[in-house]
Design a protein around this ligand. Structure first.
Ligand SMILES: [Zn+2]
Length: 78
């Protein structure tokens, strides 16, 4: 038995492709936030912290998005 040959490619001429990792692209969801925070956000447009811990700017049409499972879990447990 001979060990499998390992080929190390050192192609210095090829450009390095750096994959840009932008902000975490999470699927849109409706998070559960407190009423006071929601009003605050609607006035200021700032992000508020949802039950699941995610900072989030509430959507104008929350019905268009699925419920955040993390928020739901915490909400139904408490
Ligand atoms: Zn959430």
């Amino acid at each position: 038995m001979t060990p499998p040959e390992v080929e190390i490619l050192t192609d210095l001429d090829s450009p390095t492709i750096v994959e840009l990792t932008e902000e975490d692209e999470e699927p849109d969801a409706t998070h559960i936030v407190s009423q006071a925070d929601l009003i605050h956000s609607q006035i200021t447009g700032q992000a508020i912290q949802a039950l699941c811990g995610k900072w989030w700017v509430p959507k104008r049409n929350p019905d268009d998005y699925p419920m955040c499972q993390g928020c739901l879990e915490i909400f139904t447990r408490s």
